[in-house]
Design a protein around this ligand. Structure first.
Ligand code: EPU
Length: 359
């Protein structure tokens, strides 16, 4: 493999592969932060990944895996070799009495994949419509919305170990899914696979018979308004799209990475104290006795909605979302994030955890 424009292309696995130099990453991250990759290679297949690993110049180089760029904050140029995962393909693998098992390449756009499953008659992902990003990035943070998380519909995934070149398959238990968390977010010293496993394909088991997942206040409200008593998957898909469009900024228009903080979980004792001081606080009881607080409410209560630090701001319709008001740097986004964490900590004694990966 040789740099683009440097006079030649080395054939790898019978296929010419290009390492592009000095590549603008603004179109590759939904925050639209301006940064560059010193070197980037686009991977359209498993063979492309193996070719990079076998390459004498790049095989041992530090690497950074980039999916849809919907959950990252770039704080500078990326010096590691950027692996842009563009592996495509969607298909029904099995149609059993219990589930439709569908598979998608890691580079498929998540929302287009959800639309495709519905159009093919395989419902089950509709509550997760319009989540930005790719299929391969979805298991990394166990995406979820309106009562369904990826782990509820997950079957298995294929990945390549960037250290050994081995291909392997993981089931749900092996992925260690948690709330916006998985083994792919943790470094190897804590038994994680961050930066090591490159996800190539993901399989989903969409249970039969299909059952609507309602119960979220916003969805119930839509149902009441539309006077539909037996919603179809398409109804739910449409409602979720409408709710998200009304409340969350479209990354194509306003740079953002969705929720910037996780909803914190506290003990019942901690919560009694917090609720006593702020009775209007929004919270949910979890089955294990702990309590999840709405981080958006906490941030809103500290007066952050609509505020800015430089060109980074807090979205005016949902305080959990930080936005790029135009030309924001990753540093400005992180300065704003720290300021929010500090004020929420000072008022409520809770340290908010960030959701995106800071690069
Ligand atoms: N709230 C406020 N002020 C705000 C924002 C929220 O008072 O500025 C209150 C709302 O009124 C509501 C509560 O906080 O009572 C929760 O808000 P919302 O229903 O919008 O959900 P969320 O907890 O803010 C989570 C996910 C979203 C997901 C929605 C729906 C996290 C970190 N975020 O948001 O996921 O779409 O629930 O399931 O869990 C994402 O991860 O990027 C994301 C958008």
């Amino acid at each position: 493999m040789v740099p683009k424009g440097s006079g030649g292309e080395r054939k790898c696995e019978n296929k010419a592969m290009l390492v592009e130099k000095n590549v603008p990453l603004e179109p590759c991250n939904t925050f639209h932060i301006v940064a560059r990759a010193h070197a980037l290679v686009r991977l359209g297949s498993e063979a492309d990944v193996l070719a990079v690993l076998a390459d004498p110049d790049w095989g041992q180089a530090p690497k950074f895996i980039l999916g849809g760029g919907s959950n990252i904050v770039l704080t500078g140029d990326v010096k590691a070799l950027v692996l842009k995962v563009d592996i495509k393909g969607r298909r029904l693998l099995r149609d059993t009495p219990r589930a439709w098992v569908v598979e998608a390449g890691a580079g498929e756009d998540w929302h287009e994949f959800v639309e495709w499953t519905l159009a093919q008659g395989y419902p089950g992902l509709e509550n997760m419509a319009l989540i930005p990003g790719t299929v391969g990035a979805a298991p990394v943070q166990n995406v979820g919305a309106y009562g369904v998380e990826l782990q509820d519909r997950f079957e298995s995934l294929d990945a390549i170990d960037l250290q050994t070149g081995q291909t392997f398959t993981l089931d749900a238990a092996q992925c260690g899914f948690g709330y916006r968390d998985s083994v792919f977010k943790h470094a190897s010293h804590s038994l994680g696979l961050a930066g090591r496993a490159l996800i190539t394909r993901v399989r989903f088991a969409l249970p039969k018979p299909w059952r609507a997942v309602l119960g979220y206040a916003d969805l119930e409200k839509k149902m009441a308004q539309s006077q539909v008593s037996q919603p179809t998957p398409q109804h739910i898909f449409d409602w979720v799209c409408e709710i998200r469009r009304a409340k969350l900024p479209d990354p194509a228009l306003i740079g953002n990475a969705g929720s910037f903080f996780k909803n914190p979980t506290v003990t019942a004792e901690q919560c009694v104290d917090i609720i006593a001081r702020d009775p209007k606080i929004v919270y949910y009881h979890l089955v294990d006795g702990s309590v999840k607080l709405a981080a958006g409410w906490l941030i809103d209560a500290c007066g952050w909605k609509g505020k800015s630090v430089g060109n980074a701001g807090v979205y005016d319709k949902q305080a959990l979302v930080l936005v790029n008001r135009g030309g924001a740097t990753g540093g400005e986004v992180m300065t704003l994030a720290y300021a929010i964490q500090t004020s929420v900590y000072e008022r409520f004694g809770i340290m908010l955890e960030t959701e995106p990966v800071v690069v």
